[in-house]
Design a binder for this molecule. Structure first.
Ligand code: A3P
Length: 316
């Protein structure tokens, strides 16, 4: 399968070979220094991946657009549902799936077609987002999660994807790719360092930084912080209702019972692929051996030293 992947040229583009020594890797294209999933033909409609992702920077935004920015598996679905409830002022779940608002899936034409009020989401770095994000001072909310749980969650995501995107390697192999950056959206450390540097280098624009773990510890406080950042006059009682409605259990049930279809088939037949897997802090302890954990710490700490990022790895 890995040989087919590297030989495959779905949109007439040269694809990087991301296979490891065991022949396991991802089907990605490369744009502006970043590896991104090759999208299926029904989305691409004969276009090249690089051409479509390039259009995102030119998309027209509206002053009151909101963008959720996050590395994969850090809580985008959760945050999206919270924000949509807050801005609509009602406890109503989104029927659409969040991929219908994902900038790197819908490109310029799709971004501009979304009716207001608009809450987009993306895993792209700032330099690949619409230029108007900074020009119009569009509100961005960044959600971060401890890298070990993000790694476990991303592995479980990738191993359940349909071919040719599905990852065949084991967890230890995935962790190596996660740390070295040979995977879709690159390494998490690079994502965070790049985001921080790009925001610092831009003219000031509004960014709220959130942590998955803080949202788990005190969801009501996080919902109130988001409402305040968005300048909404949400009451304390409404924030409590939003936090409760967006608990992991409730959202998982809603996903199973009423969510619309994804724009294309994503999970392998017979797999346990889901966007609502465990929703916990500290699941990484069930995945890393002691030696793998030490190696992870060593590499991660070296890359992130002096960066100022601090993460929580265990529930209180
Ligand atoms: P796990 O795989 O650890 O369970 P994203 O939305 O960015 O793809 O992130 C997915 C991760 O967020 C998954 O983590 C998922 O279970 C978790 N998640 C989704 N909704 C959640 C919620 N309401 N509360 C806590 N975690 C949630």
């Amino acid at each position: 399968m890995a040989t087919e992947k590297s030989a495959m040229d779905p949109n007439l583009e040269e694809l990087p070979d991301l296979r490891n020594s065991k022949g396991h890797g991802f089907l990605c294209f490369q744009h502006d220094g970043l590896y991104l999933f090759v999208l299926p033909p029904q989305i691409m409609k004969g276009r090249r991946n690089t051409d479509t992702v390039k259009t995102v920077t030119e998309a027209e935004l509206k002053d009151d657009d909101i963008i959720i920015c996050a590395y994969p598996k850090c809580g985008t679905h959760w945050l999206w549902e919270v924000i949509e409830m807050l801005i609509s002022g009602t406890i109503k779940y989104q029927k659409d799936v969040k991929e219908t608002r994902m900038m790197e899936f819908i490109f310029k034409e799709g971004i501009e077609a979304v009716p207001p009020p608009r809450v987009f989401n993306t895993h792209l770095p700032l330099r690949m987002l619409p230029k108007q994000v900074v020009e119009k001072k569009v509100k961005c909310i960044q959600i971060m999660r401890n890298p070990k749980d993000a790694c476990v969650s991303f592995f479980n995501h990738c191993r359940n994807l349909v071919e040719p995107q599905g990852y065949e390697g084991d967890f230890a192999e995935f962790t190596e790719a996660f740390l070295s950056g040979k995977l879709p959206f690159g390494s998490y450390s690079t994502y965070l360092l790049t985001w921080k540097a790009e925001v610092a280098a831009s003219q000031e624009f509004p960014v709220l930084n959130l942590f998955y773990e803080e949202m788990k510890f005190d969801p009501v406080k996080s919902v109130k912080d988001i409402a305040k950042f968005l300048r909404l006059k949400s009451t304390d009682q409404f924030c409590e209702e939003v936090a409760a409605a967006c608990s992991f259990k409730k959202m998982k049930k809603v996903d199973e019972e009423m969510k619309g279809d994804l724009p294309f088939k994503i999970w392998k037949d017979g797999s346990d692929g889901t966007f609502y897997r465990k929703g916990e802090i500290g699941d990484w302890k069930n995945w890393f051996t002691v030696a793998e954990n030490e190696k992870f710490d060593q590499i991660w700490n070296e890359k992130m030293k002096d960066s100022g990022f601090e993460f929580t790895y265990t529930p209180v």
